[in-house]
Design a protein around this ligand. Sequence first.
Ligand code: MSP
Length: 671
Amino acid sequence: MTGSPPQSGTGRPFYLTTPIYYINARPHLGHAYTTIVADAMCRYRRLAGDDVHFLTGTDEHGDKIAQAAHQAGESPRALADRNSAAFREQWKLLDIRYDDFIRTTEARHAGVVQAILRRLWDGGEIYFGQYGGQYCFGCERFYTDREGVDGKCPDHQTPLVYLEEENYFFRMSKYQDWLRRELEENPTRVRPERYRNELLGFLREPLQDLSISRPKTRLEWGIPLPFDDRFVTYVWFDALLNYVSALGGPGEPRFERYWPTVQHLIGKDILKPHGIYWPCMLKAAGIPLFQHLNVHGYWTLGGGKISKSVGNVVEALALAETYGRDAFRYFVLREMPFGQDANFSADALLERLNADLANDLGNLVSRVTTLHRTLSRDAAVPAAPVADDREMLRRAIAATRAHVDAALAEFAFHRALTEIWSFIGALNGYVDREQPWVLERDPRKGERFLQVLDTLTLGLAFLGIILEPFVPDAARRIREAIGYGEEPRLGDATLDGLSDRTYRVTRLGGLFPRIDLGGRRRPDGRPATASRPEPAVAVRPRSPARDASPDAPTTPEPRDAPAKPRVTIDEFRRLDLRVALVLDAEPVPKSKKLLKLTVRLGEETRTIVAGIAEHYAPAALRGRTVVIVANLEPATLMGVPSEGMVLAGSAGPVLSLLTPDRDLAPGAVVR
Ligand code: MSP
């Protein structure tokens, strides 16, 4: 996606692909994550009126599959049919709306692969040669001596086997300089930036030619080379071309429409084939490069790297059925900052479900739809006298939309959701302040009651649209509850667009029922923890100085605050400013201004008390990255120990937390 926000009803083509998944394993958490991200992005672009083409599928050839079929005592074809169907079934359960599902065993794919191989062969891009080297059957590739670790594959930890064979090679080495320049000149071609840097790192070493065939004497399960049928095509060369073959190949109308907009989405494990082999293949075949390669991090379970052989990744995905696909989607989109690794835990999922979905969103919907009971059941909501509240809502809607657009332009789903939840927090705050249930009973406040109800109903209508890509079932139920019968469109999600219609509201309670954490047992039979563990930090001695002014951290400075005396660079350097990730936020009992934040810096977790409760709802802070002063004398504020200070800017009544505008690991130094 380019940096510019989608406009409504543009009909602009947008083509997004997921990796095609190996069918030697059943779908699990990792596959589901990528596919959910792609689905949410495509739903968002459809909502914006774009002409979306969303491709996923299965990768069915190669050693890995042949071996798995052999072990299962069945033919590769039978294994492929069964497991490819399992992926489609899983995507149906998660309501993944792909436009095409490609299998590399389909004739439409093989035809395009062979046509492109023929073109490369005719163009002298492929030669016949001999190669000997250390081979990993799991990765289906040769390793150089430097890459192997004690003679083992660094990924699979299995011994590398020396293989010598005659093969066909793609002249990839000749594209090394071109690719380096291409990545240097286009900083967002591969994103986030760390993955572009990783590729530039690979390109500092000499690039080898790529063996693109396997002799049939060793492997039959593949697409025969069109110019030598004693060989089949190397599985990566075959698989990558799915992105082209699914559109029919160059010259086909579908290809010509969507290809120029193609964006790939992958996990970091397959960066090298997508970031090195694929651009070189495209260049050699005379096909324009993808617009962006979007790379996400890895889910870990309990801190350890997970792999397909571990059953618990499948179990993790089963939580989508136990707690609902919306809760699962929300959790994975919200919890993983795009590009970074994240830890999956059922407890963390339940906490998000209870806090963000049941408490913040579910309660809001239930409160607002319940308020409508005072109006006659079938009556439409009467027009309310225009109030300032509408202006507030107009601004909040416009700001939320702009932030969501900007975040999604970089696949930053966690940020987009944080923004939407701060809108939800603001509406909940409005309900608390206005107390419409009091207005409702006071006949003199009838007009005010209608104004408040009007604002809240329009707020729900906005949520019914903007939430569609992220929690589609809940969004649909919200729209149904307020009688919004049309297809949701982002273009209608403005105050004027939403005001321009009639709402008939029926009560919607229990949109996300709370899960009782106390009674829940984990899959391993141990009782669940009821809350996040306490931060593992020792409380340092209290500081009388800061006790005296509990609001010191963020008391707004007047806009024209006098300049302070100069400091030397050494004085400034005494401050230890760090990036910190907010793990949790909760009100400090009996304080209107203070929030207790649990933040992570590197390996360390600490508690910080900040005077921001009037500006931020706790839910809007969880998962956010902030900047803190890490070496401030500890203090105790309203009985809660605080070990640092959160930085914020302020102008008049507006207070804004400082957040790095790129992903930085918690603990990163700010200077
Ligand atoms: N068949 C190749 C891809 C060919 S694309 C032309 C392949 N398949 S795979 O089944 O192993 O899927 C890998 C992808 O699954 C990753 O790139 C990622 O999208 C997803 N994930 C698998 N495990 C994962 C995690 N633990 N965490 C996040 N996503 C991961 O490689």
